[in-house]
Design a protein around this ligand. Structure first.
Ligand code: HEC
Ligand code: HEC
Ligand code: HEC
Ligand code: HEC
Ligand code: HEC
Ligand code: HEC
Ligand code: HEC
Ligand code: HEC
Ligand code: HEC
Ligand code: HEC
Length: 306
């Protein structure tokens, strides 16, 4: 199959000389001569569809859809400065702009320009590899979890804790909860940073996608579940406490709010005082959720007792 290099180069030069190079575009086949590895791998790439379809304009087809018109580059027989978009010479912002010429309309990237990643100079090619992808799907530079840990090493330890979501075991991944391309600010907990936590349908927390029984609406809501959000009581990644809780003993969690003084932060939402009938010196009262079993909300009892 392989044609001699010289022939390919000649073909390339011919195509160029014939003026098929409208606007400097020469077509992807021309690139094969000098970049055989890149070219031969490219048919697997979702970006090769633009060649196969034959329906896209030259500036959106194949190699030149990203690298720009290759005429001058071919005529010069190579060189980094002759190809309009040599990514090795581009800033992360320029790379982002190049990719977004096509990907800006993707809904998942609606907030990419103000995402924490973009603001910190982490651009598309920090995570995606067009020509040497480790995952054919989504063209990731590494398997997802390893990719994220590459920059977020501290998070790995959180997913090793006794109570945890099983990300390291491969049952879940970061993007079950996060959108690395940035997210809308959540409607809940407006004072918090959104942390690129993705939303489930209807602007609900990502958690609800899987923990549907916590969705409600309940006849008797426990306000923090909806207003502050799950993270007010749970660590999302991992915890040394059971049930991913933020506190080792349940009652200390409850008393952050139910202390009558509103001393959770500076707020006071009118949480009722833990009633005096509850003698906290008695061990049985320290495990609040042995009685308040429907702590996420109840349809039958105001006090979440059933
Ligand atoms: C979707 C955009 C895109 C398309 C389409 C594309 N490239 Fe690239 N190319 C890149 C990016 C980005 C880099 C920088 C390296 C990286 O991050 O993967 C690159 C790097 C290169 C390099 C430098 C060497 C290397 O392997 O890193 C060559 C040569 C190259 N591309 C040629 C081609 C050819 C030939 C085609 C068509 C067969 C093509 N590219 C199609 C985005 C693209
Ligand atoms: C006649 C041979 C030849 C042809 C044909 C050719 N290239 Fe190249 N190309 C080269 C050489 C040589 C280099 C290496 C330049 C260097 O590293 O200094 C190069 C480098 C590149 C780079 C790397 C720039 C960087 O970031 O370092 C890209 C991208 C590229 N070529 C794209 C293309 C595309 C797209 C085509 C087809 C339109 C094409 N080339 C056709 C010879 C060629
Ligand atoms: C911090 C890492 C990271 C950055 C930066 C990043 N991506 Fe992604 N991207 C991912 C991951 C991870 C997925 C897989 C998502 C999944 O598993 O649902 C993905 C998926 C995609 C997809 C396919 C699914 C979708 O959401 O549309 C496209 C297209 C894409 N990215 C393009 C881009 C472009 C273009 C840029 C730059 C403007 C970019 N990405 C920046 C990590 C990143
Ligand atoms: C010329 C338009 C164009 C440019 C420029 C472009 N893309 Fe794409 N990209 C597409 C199209 C079209 C698809 C295929 C979508 C599909 O399969 O329906 C795609 C697919 C992808 C996918 C894979 C989605 C999947 O589902 O597996 C990723 C990741 C991606 N692009 C990242 C990038 C990155 C990173 C850049 C910049 C280096 C870039 N793209 C530049 C048009 C483009
Ligand atoms: C079960 C859902 C979930 C999964 C899975 C998840 N996260 Fe998170 N992550 C969150 C939530 C929710 C927050 C916000 C916590 C807060 O604001 O208190 C967060 C916060 C973060 C933060 C910022 C705060 C910090 O701890 O530094 C980083 C970075 C982060 N996650 C990275 C990751 C990475 C990397 C993965 C995959 C290895 C991952 N997350 C998997 C839900 C998740
Ligand atoms: C190339 C390095 C790099 C990669 C790869 C990377 N990140 Fe980040 N990430 C950063 C930087 C830098 C920040 C901003 C500073 C910080 O908060 O640590 C950030 C911030 C975040 C935040 C916190 C946002 C906030 O509001 O505080 C989350 C969540 C996050 N990344 C998730 C991910 C996930 C999920 C992946 C994998 C798909 C990933 N990151 C891959 C570098 C990276
Ligand atoms: C992709 C699905 C998914 C998402 C999204 C998700 N979880 Fe989970 N969660 C699970 C599964 C599955 C378990 C069962 C525990 C296991 O994997 O061992 C679990 C367990 C838990 C547990 C109990 C842990 C224990 O030790 O018993 C809590 C608490 C929890 N999740 C809270 C959350 C919160 C808060 C969020 C949002 C930040 C969230 N989950 C998002 C799937 C999910
Ligand atoms: C007011 C504090 C609080 C809030 C807010 C909260 N939880 Fe919980 N959650 C708890 C406590 C306490 C337990 C442990 C109950 C027990 O002792 O068994 C728990 C247990 C769980 C469990 C494991 C047992 C079960 O019921 O399935 C899951 C899963 C869970 N929570 C998910 C969530 C999700 C998802 C959200 C947000 C929609 C959320 N929690 C919000 C306090 C809270
Ligand atoms: C982040 C603050 C916060 C935390 C933490 C919290 N609560 Fe609440 N709780 C509230 C608020 C606000 C109300 C609603 C008060 C109202 O209806 O006026 C409430 C209501 C209740 C009620 C119903 C009271 C009534 O009169 O209807 C019970 C019972 C309750 N909480 C128990 C608990 C228990 C048990 C815990 C610990 C697992 C806990 N709460 C943790 C804020 C909190
Ligand atoms: C032995 C069962 C039991 C335990 C354990 C328990 N409670 Fe209660 N709690 C009740 C009952 C029954 C009521 C409703 C009647 C009442 O006010 O005594 C109630 C009511 C409440 C109310 C609502 C008071 C009001 O005036 O609206 C709050 C708040 C509350 N409990 C918090 C807690 C907290 C915090 C803990 C853990 C320190 C806890 N409970 C442990 C049984 C229990």
């Amino acid at each position: 199959m392989a044609r001699p290099l010289a022939v390919l180069i000649l073909n390339a030069a011919y195509a160029f000389a014939q003026g098929t190079a409208a606007g400097g575009y020469v077509g992807s086949n021309v690139c094969q001569a000098c970049h055989p590895d890149v070219y031969l791998n490219f048919y697997k790439n979702p970006h090769a569809k633009s060649i196969a379809s034959g329906k896209e304009p030259p500036e959106r087809t194949g190699c030149e859809g990203c690298h720009g018109p290759g005429g001058a580059h071919v005529a010069a027989r190579g060189g980094k400065n002759t190809i309009p978009r040599a990514f090795s010479l581009m800033s992360s912002r320029q790379t982002l702009d190049a990719c977004l010429t096509c990907h800006a309309p993707d809904l998942s990237k609606a907030n990419i320009r103000r995402s924490e990643h973009t603001l910190n100079d982490v651009a598309c090619t920090s995570c995606h590899s067009i020509h040497k992808a480790a995952t054919p799907k989504f063209l990731l530079a590494k398997q997802q979890t390893e990719l994220c840990y590459g920059c977020h090493a501290a998070v790995r330890a959180q997913f090793e804790m006794p109570s945890r979501h099983r990300v390291n075991e491969g049952f879940m991944q970061c993007t079950d909860c996060h959108n690395p391309h940035g997210t809308f600010a959540p409607a809940r907990g407006m004072s918090q940073r959104p942390r690129m936590v993705d939303q489930a349908l209807g602007n609900e927390e990502a958690c609800i996608k899987c923990h549907v029984d916590k969705r409600g609406p309940f006849a008797f809501e426990h306000p923090p579940v909806r207003i502050e959000g799950c993270e007010i009581c749970h660590y999302p990644h991992g915890s040394t406490n059971t049930r991913l809780l933020r506190r080792p003993v349940v009652f200390t969690l409850c008393l952050q709010c139910h202390n009558g003084a509103g001393t959770f932060g500076v707020r006071n939402n009118g949480e009722p005082l833990t009633p005096s009938s509850h003698n906290l010196l008695e061990p049985r009262y320290q495990f609040c959720t042995t009685c308040h079993v429907r702590i996420h909300g109840s349809n039958s009892d105001q006090f979440f007792l059933r």
